[in-house]
Design a binder for this molecule. Sequence first.
Ligand SMILES: [Zn+2]
Length: 311
Amino acid sequence: MITRPLCSLIILSAILLSACKPADQSSSGPPVQQSAKPQVYVANYPLKYFAERLGADAVDVKFPAPADEDPAFWQPDDAAISAYQSADLILMNGATYSKWAEKVTLPESKLVDTSAGFKAQYIEIKADSTHSHGPGGEHSHSGTAFTTWLDLIQAAQQAETVSAALQELVSKEAAEQIKSRMAFLKSELESLNQRLLSCGSRLVNAPLVASHPVYHYWARRYGFNLQSLLWEPEVVPDDKAMEALKAILAKHPAKWMIWEGSPAPESVAKLEAIGVKSLVFDPCGNVPDQGDFMSVMKANIEGLEKAFNHP
Ligand SMILES: [Zn+2]
């Protein structure tokens, strides 16, 4: 889904482009440089979404991580690293998100940590065992929790930081447009935040389990009583994994498992058999197959509302 302001911009630029065509053809000079727009490199998809939606056609937003990797544990190659280094603006998630950035020098003057404003509220995760998902190799989630944007108030703060940084790069007129787009984005995030708060209060602290330790800020903001496993949506839990879950359920009798993506039908059946239903809340750290950040969050929330209204 394309947001309406963006959509009309696309239509407008299409009209302008087609209007320009005859002039281009008649001139024998070199084609006009496609873009002298500020180059904005981002660390994950939520920041890409915010930067594109806010900056619209005033900036070029680049997110070089491959679609099938977790951008948090992705290792950019030398070309991608130097692209980040030569950007006009580098939007980082902060909260130790981009593990690659710990070993690379990025130009301080171009770097914006979008979660620095709520640094004091970062959550520290106690040690968990290492595991792997995707081609990034083994990793651990212990240390600072980094899925900051699943607390939509924090997401709005990150978007505000993006908005302020983008305004520095563009004309006064474009900066005003960014400001008004930010007001609209903020109101959308706040209304989703309200719906999540209602879900949390409807559940009144009922225990939940999560397939992966990425929901800490979400659980804190919305009052979800959550314990995490280290499962993957595409991996069917074996007997050992099921025993580990049962051990948790003995003390934390959850009726729902929250998954990062659609679980395998066999996993759903195995959980159903022990009285646990499955529910997807996609963190949307990378570009979704369908829709955009907002439509994925809406679908996530609709799923929760449906489940928790009729327990
Ligand atoms: Zn993991």
